[in-house]
Every structure is written in C-alpha cells, then in structure tokens.
Write a protein that binds this ligand. Structure first.
Ligand code: KMH
Ligand code: ZN
Length: 281
C-alpha cells in the first residue's frame, strides 16, 4: 500500500495584501470557512498566519488564541501556527506565538534572502524556539528554504535531542527568490540529507508549485499548497481560493495512487498531543 499524502494548506501568509488576491482569508470568519472547505477537499493540516483589522500581519496573542480555538472547534485539522510571521516581526513575539498552544508550529532552520528582504533565523533563535516547543509539547515542523538549512536541522537535532512526539517532520520551501530553486534536482538533493526516518512535505513558490508537487509525490513526500505560496493556477489564471489549490493537490495525489491522508492518520504520523477545546468532544 502506497503512503497516503499529507496535504498542508498554507492559507494566508504574511506577504500578500487582500487587495491583490480577493480570495485570501484575512478575517477569522474567512479563515474558518477556508479551513472547513480545505479539510473537505483533502487537507489535514493548516499552517496559519493571521491578520489584524486592517488586514496587516499580526502576532497578537489574543487573536492567535481565538484562532486556534475556532479552528479546533470547527475542524479536525492539525493547527500549526507560523513562528516565521512577517520579516519585520521581532524574535520575542515569534517565540511568544507558542503561548497560544497550537498542535504544531513552524521552525525555520536558518536565515535566507527573501526577495528584497531577509528572513532572519540565527542559530541562537532556532535553539531557543526549539527548546520552547519541547517544553510546551508542541510538534515543530522544520522549514527548510535552503540546502544549508538541512545541515542546521541535523545539527539542531544532534545538540538538542528529539522534537516533542519523537518524530521529525520537515517542509521544504523551494523557489523563494534567494533560497533553493524550485526544481526536482534541488528537492532531491535536500531530501537526501534529511535525518533518517523523517517525513517531509514540499512546496514550490509561484510558478514552481507544480514541478515541486509532482517531484515530491514521485519521491514519497507530502504536499503543502496554499495562497501563502501560490497565487496563480496557470499563467494568467489567478487562484480563486485555497480550496482550489487543495483540490488540485488531492487530484495529483490520487493520480499518483497516494490519496489524501485523513486528519486522524496525520495526527498519528506527527504524534501531536491530544488537546481539547470547550464545546468539542
Ligand atoms: N512570512 C515569511 C517571512 C513561516 O511561516 O514559518 C516566513 C514564513 C515562514 O512564512
Ligand atoms: Zn508561513
């Protein structure tokens, strides 16, 4: 039996304004509606950035807590909060995200040029964030934008031990201007250096979305898709909403005879802690 495909939806991100993509979920109601639609279409994990009342990225803790509770109440998706935030967010606020008690969080394994900006993840920040995930029993997803990030991940695990849950799960982000190119060759080179037993998903930014997804499926990886990463289905064809991208990913995965993984199977793969929320059994 082929391994089912864990589909992650990265629904919003911190970079795109609502004015540039009307289907982008920026309010809590829009995010919950997106999450429900994407779960029905085959997603099992949601990677979450939130926006404030003006549609700007925020790490406001009260809003993050409300978001986690709403997603837990309305869906069975694994809730993963971004600790990357926006390139302007300070380190302390990025670590404080964990106080919202998500199932999982992103943890980027190194600094990377990010278009005209720099996404900062120096070693001491990585270590502090990692220790906080262990203390709070939150499963980290290691974000790898560049080949050297894989080296840093291996070093982190060597020095700081296993993540909460004992299983290492990574997400390779290719095609960021300044990071690894969105090609099958780059993907396979990075995957070859992952720790033994690790699971991984991959996403290609912009027009690299399809080649990266197809290469990931062929190589036994999982898929991340969403409007954080991709805003066109094809040249000149804007993405309508996140569900459209998840549906395409589910179709590709099914064609590859690796259909979408259920939320229960994804929880078991990543060993997320069972957390309850009022109003939900
Ligand atoms: N918005 C990027 C600067 C993450 O979510 O952890 C960082 C990012 C990675 O999106
Ligand atoms: Zn993100």
């Amino acid at each position: 039996m082929n391994t089912p495909t864990l589909i992650t939806v990265a629904a919003t991100g911190a970079e795109t304004p609502k004015s540039a993509a009307p289907g982008l979920p920026v309010t809590l109601a829009e995010l919950v509606a997106t999450a429900k639609a994407c779960e029905a279409a085959g997603a099992a994990l949601i990677h979450v950035h939130i926006r404030d009342g003006a549609g700007e990225p925020t790490l406001d803790l009260g809003q993050l807590r409300e978001t986690v509770a709403a997603l837990r109440t309305e869906t069975d998706l694994i809730v993963q909060l971004s600790t990357g935030g926006a390139v302007t967010d300070p380190y302390a606020a990025r670590i404080a995200v964990l106080e919202a008690d998500p199932d999982s969080c992103s943890l980027t394994c190194g600094t990377v040029n990010f278009g005209t900006e720099v996404f900062m993840n120096p070693w001491p920040f990585m270590v502090e964030l990692y220790r906080e995930t262990q203390a709070r029993q939150i499963v980290p997803e290691f974000e790898l934008f560049d080949y050297g990030h894989v080296t840093a991940l291996n070093r982190l695990l060597d020095k700081e031990g296993s993540p909460f849950g004992g299983h290492v799960h990574c997400d390779l982000v290719l095609g960021v201007p300044g990071g690894m190119p969105g090609t099958a060759v780059a993907l396979l080179a990075a995957v070859a250096q992952l720790p033994a037993g690790a699971s991984w998903s991959a996403t290609g930014i912009g027009r690299t979305a399809l080649p990266v997804a197809l290469a990931a499926l062929a190589a036994g990886g999982h898929l991340r898709v969403g409007m954080e990463d991709t805003l066109t289905m094809a040249p000149g064809q804007p993405v309508r909403d996140n569900e459209e991208l998840v549906t395409r990913a589910a179709t590709l995965a099914t064609l590859a005879q690796r259909p979408p993984m259920t939320t229960a199977a994804a929880r078991s793969l990543l060993n997320v802690k069972t957390r309850t929320v009022e109003g939900r059994p």
